[in-house]
Unconditional design. Structure first.
Length: 562
């Protein structure tokens, strides 16, 4: 780099000792993403005079190459922008249900395993990544698209190193990969999964990117519509070229809340992860968490999180179909009433006289609601946080939903299975699938301000675990004064009804005490991508930027001082 010295932090090389990793600090600019190559490419773009928007386009296209199982042209997402001029906005490029949607497919009695809700053509929503990145670049970019896409083209054509995460996912999805000739060609070596460090190529994707350079990112519907529609329809889906042509990227006003003096910004519905985390933190805000022991504050967190999760599921949906009561959901007075109802000695539920039984013993007989364990999918999605030299911030989360999405691939990029994010049961009418509807999302890219000045840029993948992961990181960072990296590294848990999924680094005594309060512990690894893969940037009082990259995802911080 001609005018800067880039220092990089390879968290993926230090998984065994993440808490000993030195924090990366920089004064001028920073990019944090799920892959070293993406972070470095994004930072180089900024060093050449590009904005945070330019860096995002370049880095996310690189991620499509090197982390193809998590995001890319076949998906969508949310970009939260806060300009140096103080103006914030959310760019919503969430996938939508196709116009020809036939919901009866999801209720076919012959499909007893509900496979039509999990993979294949019926799960593909209209992809919008290219259009979303075009709008981001159009509004806030400076450098030509040819410059921004060239690194991805070079990596796809010349070859890219297989990360440990990609090697693992290829192995876990071998059955589906072997069933598709293009998937096998792109992700296997002599019919076998590659090892970390092996080199893979993606010439079809390089050609797509070259076409987008010539015609513009907004040409994606015209250039890819026919091939994409044919692939989806052959697999039982409904997307047409017209669905892509008619797609509209939306600019929305961010949600606003606050926690202990920090103003929080996050995308509004159909993104609901930020809404849930804001409600949860509103419930906890009156409590001095530092005055509690770990059992007490984690119990309060679990109950507040579950209340917020229930509310977003019951009251939030696509604003084109339903008006979410944001004012009441984010009302701090109502949140205080919820806090007063949390039982200090047991999980939420109907608690008859216990007699000689402990809460844990009584809870063992109560029904468990939530995800089925062991989980079928460890995690998904990708997040990137960027802070450029001018003071523009970008917190962006995008996805193809499950790892490897729908299992369908077109011209080197995987297609999403975001239709799986709709609710197919009658108890959640706000999120039922309908033509043109955007499924409710857990994504929660976040920007934090103090006294009007940005101090935090943060987000994580993880599907329904996103709000809880973000809440715990914010509590660790704001309440307990951890550095951003320490807050990200700290062990996490995910409460669902009575089930409490947790990383095994949490003390056995803590888990035993929580079990006695009524939780049903489910240990799930020490650093597990199931709990997300957060990437963020914090600014200290002296203006220094501190990056944090999640060892659960092999992320990297890249920044420079001068």
């Amino acid at each position: 780099m001609s005018r800067s010295r880039i220092r990089t932090l390879l968290c993926s090389l230090l998984l065994s000792i993440p808490l000993l990793v030195p924090r990366l600090q920089a004064a001028r600019a920073m990019v944090v993403s799920a892959h070293p190559l993406a972070s470095e490419v994004g930072l180089q773009v900024i060093a050449e005079g590009g904005s945070a928007a330019d860096a995002a386009v370049a880095a996310l296209c690189v991620l499509n190459v090197v982390e193809p199982h998590a995001s890319g042209l076949g998906g969508g997402g949310f970009a939260l922008w806060r300009g140096a001029n103080g103006y914030p906005e959310c760019i919503d490029y969430r996938e939508v249900a196709p116009a020809g949607l036939d919901t009866t497919v999801y209720y076919d009695p012959a499909d007893s395993l509900h496979l039509a809700r999990i993979g294949g053509g019926p799960t593909v929503g209209v992809p919008a990544t290219a259009l979303g990145l075009h709008r981001l670049w159009q509004r806030h970019g400076r450098l030509p698209i040819s410059r921004l896409l060239q690194p991805a083209i070079d990596l796809a054509r010349r070859g890219y190193p297989v990360s440990e995460a990609l090697a693992t996912q290829i192995t876990e999805h071998m059955e589906g990969i072997l069933e598709d000739e293009q998937l096998s060609t792109l992700f296997l070596m002599d019919g076998l999964p590659p090892s970390p460090g092996d080199t893979l190529h993606n010439e079809p994707l390089a050609l797509v990117f070259e076409d987008l350079v010539r015609q513009g990112l907004d040409s994606f519907p015209a250039s890819q519509g026919a091939a994409l529609a044919a692939t989806v329809q052959a697999a039982g889906g409904w997307i047409t070229a017209a669905d892509l042509e008619n797609y509209q990227v939306l600019i929305r006003e961010p949600l606003r809340s606050s926690y202990r003096g920090m103003e929080l910004l996050s995308p509004p519905p159909p993104a609901t992860g930020g809404l849930a985390l804001m409600e949860c933190l509103n419930i906890l805000e009156p409590v001095d968490l530092n005055s509690l022991d770990e059992v007490q504050w984690r119990h309060l967190f679990c109950e507040a999180h579950k209340k917020a999760a229930r509310d977003r599921s019951a009251r939030a949906g696509d604003p084109a179909f339903y008006t979410t009561p944001l004012d009441s959901l984010l009302d701090k007075t109502l949140a205080r009433r919820v806090l007063d109802q949390i039982h200090p000695d047991g999980v939420h539920g109907t608690w008859p006289a216990l007699g000689s039984q402990s809460y844990g013993e009584r809870a063992a007989s109560l029904p468990v609601h939530g995800e089925v364990f062991p989980p079928k999918d460890h995690g998904n999605t990708t997040h990137i946080s960027i802070w450029d030299e001018q003071g523009n911030l970008l917190s962006l989360t995008q996805s193809i939903n499950y790892f490897f999405g729908s299992g369908l691939i077109v011209n080197g990029y995987l297609l999403n299975n975001q239709m799986s994010d709709f609710s197919f049961e009658t108890d959640d009418p706000l999120n039922r699938p309908a033509p043109g509807k955007r499924p409710r999302s857990s994504m929660a890219p976040l920007i934090g301000l103090r006294e009007g000045q940005p101090v935090l840029c943060l987000g994580t993948p993880g599907g329904p675990r996103i709000p809880g992961a973000m809440e715990q990181i914010l509590i660790n960072h704001i309440d307990f004064g951890m550095s951003l990296q320490q807050a990200i590294d700290a062990p996490r848990m995910h409460p669902m009804g009575l089930t409490l999924v947790h990383e095994t680094r949490l003390a056995p005594e803590l888990i035993a005490a929580l079990a006695d309060l009524g939780y049903k512990p489910y240990p799930y690894g020490d650093f597990n991508s199931y709990f997300g893969g957060a990437h963020g940037i914090a600014r200290a009082a002296d203006g220094t930027l501190e990056g944090g990259a999640d060892p659960r995802r092999g992320g990297q911080v890249a920044g420079y001082d001068r």
